[in-house]
Design a protein around this ligand. Structure first.
Ligand code: 5AD
Ligand code: SF4
Length: 488
């Protein structure tokens, strides 16, 4: 079975490479017509998975001969959408509307839309009906066909002209088991990279749209992952983030099953990889073997993102999270016990159907007992087609009250744990120039805390021991004392 699948994956890759060759020819024609190099822009919404997909879209476009433009006035604009909460949907439609204005003054411009929102039929119908200027629509399962779609967009616009609706290319798949490796990728950062280790999610938390738009869990072969990371390391990448919706399930679906702990260990031992992060473990199946691997490898980040969602047993059950409040706390405290200096961060949803003030009290109790180092608090957003959408919803003022109480508990907790680092010397990866202050670099500690320190661009991508001098609440100002080649 697996062999047949690998053959199918390889065949598809070869097909797409041929299309990419044709894309290059079409781009050259466009260049002659415009009298300049055609430009592209990828507008990305949502999570780390989408950020990685955006790098793949950029990779194909630059390989095809486009250069990157800073905004949506480019010749080829692609929106990589997110649908996890409603505000992402609204934001996308706003941006798409604005991009259409550029098209009026640039008839050669093409607009494409892909990503999670396109896996929902209502959104594709809406684009077909009311957004005639969209040239290409595809979903999450067939992103690897982008070179082919790009080719069809060029061909259709020659065949049908720029305005006829027949020119539009639409292809959305319900699912796939193909995993196509090795298409071009344009990395956003030269020293760090995300790596997909698996796709999809089987958990069906009752509020979440992800299992419907990203499909069932599919793991990549460990040797492919290792090969990709070794190549990145040779290319100068020092930090990798392993990405999956539920990394604890990694490898269960492979012909020769592997655990996530095994994979993480192998990655941590690759030469040149000085910091390894991962996202996201599910509290229902975090195990000691994983914590042991982290504890034994100082180059695995001292940071576990551990989504709580709610501290109320009643709500957790309705969310289909499959752990209780006490189980969650016990596991979180086990993380703290086994990995000294670890930061635990979380996601919390306020206003899930049926949530009352006493449920919020339970959530706040967890925040106090686990002492989260940071947390994202989201207002529950009703997603059509999920089980929670048909449960009785909470009135807005009750949601708001709960959200505010959770937020202040989270902020107090984050302030306390950040404050506890005052005066220490810790290792930071210099990530970028500080956006606001000239002559400053923004770095990140292994535990994910941000520290700004004087420095210049030549430091980016290197590790430094930094003194954490000035606590600003959630981040620090400090000084780089010396370079730290080891990274920890
Ligand atoms: N409403 C609000 N927050 C949600 N999340 C997922 N689905 C929803 C929803 N319908 C949050 C969860 C998850 C994070 C990525 O997004 O907290 O962990
Ligand atoms: Fe959504 Fe739950 Fe899967 Fe996370 S684990 S992606 S919250 S269904």
């Amino acid at each position: 079975m697996q062999n047949l699948k690998l053959i199918a994956d390889e065949k598809e890759l070869a097909r797409q490479k041929e299309f990419l060759q044709r894309d290059r020819e079409y781009t050259q024609e466009l260049e002659a017509q415009l009298g300049r190099t055609p430009t592209y822009h990828v507008t990305n919404f949502g999570c780390q998975m989408n950020a990685r997909d955006a790098e793949k879209l950029s990779g194909v476009l630059s390989e095809a001969g486009f250069t990157e433009a800073p905004d949506e006035s480019a010749d080829f604009v692609i929106f990589n959408t997110c649908t996890v909460r409603d505000n992402a949907d609204q934001h996308f439609y706003g941006r798409l509307g604005r991009a259409s204005h550029y098209k009026k003054s640039n008839p050669a411009m093409k607009i494409a839309v892909c990503g999670c929102m396109m896996q929902e039929k209502c959104n594709v119908d809406k684009l077909r009906r009311s957004y005639p200027y969209v040239d290409l629509i595809f979903g999450t399962h067939n992103l690897f066909r982008f070179p082919e779609y790009l080719c069809r967009v060029f061909e259709n616009s020659q065949k049908y002209g720029a305005s006829a609706s027949a020119r539009r290319v639409v292809d959305v798949w319900e699912s796939t088991d193909l995993i196509v490796e090795d298409l071009p990728v344009e990395r956003r950062y030269r020293y760090k990279s995300g790596i997909n280790i698996m796709f999809g999610c089987n958990n069906f938390c009752s509020y979440c749209i992800v299992p419907y738009v990203r499909g069932r869990e599919r793991s990549r072969e460990p040797k492919e992952i290792i090969r990709e990371i070794e190549k990145l390391a040779q290319d100068g990448v020092v930090e990798v983030m392993l990405l999956g919706q539920n990394v604890n399930s990694y490898g269960k679906d492979l012909e020769q099953p592997v655990t996530f702990a095994d994979l993480l260990q192998e990655v941590a031992e690759i030469d040149g990889i000085k910091r390894v992060r991962f996202m996201t473990p599910h509290p229902k199946d975090i195990r000691e073997d994983l914590l042991e691997v982290i504890a034994q490898h100082p180059n695995i980040a001292r940071h576990v993102h551990f989504p709580l969602q709610s501290g109320s047993d009643r709500i957790l059950k309705k969310m289909n999270r499959r752990y209780t409040k006490e189980q969650y706390i016990e596991r979180a405290l086990k993380i703290r016990e086994m990995i000294p200096d670890v930061a635990i961060t979380t996601d919390i949803i306020a206003g899930f159907p049926g949530e009352g003030p006493e449920d919020v009290d339970e959530t706040i109790d967890v925040i106090k007992r686990v002492r989260f180092d940071n947390a994202y608090t989201f207002i529950y957003s009703k997603r059509t087609g999920t089980p929670a959408a048909s449960m009785p919803q909470v009135p807005e003022e009750v949601v708001k009250e709960g959200f505010d109480r959770i937020l202040s508990a989270v902020q107090e907790s984050a302030r306390n744990s950040t404050g506890a680092l005052q005066g220490r010397v810790m290792t930071a990866l210099a990530e970028e120039k500080n956006q606001q202050m000239d002559g400053y670099i923004t770095g990140r500690l292994s535990n994910n805390t941000i520290v700004h320190f004087p420095g210049d661009e030549s430091m980016i991508g290197k590790f430094y021991d930094v003194s954490l001098d000035d606590n600003k609440g959630f981040y620090y100002f400090g000084k780089a004392l010396r370079e730290n080649e080891r990274g920890y």
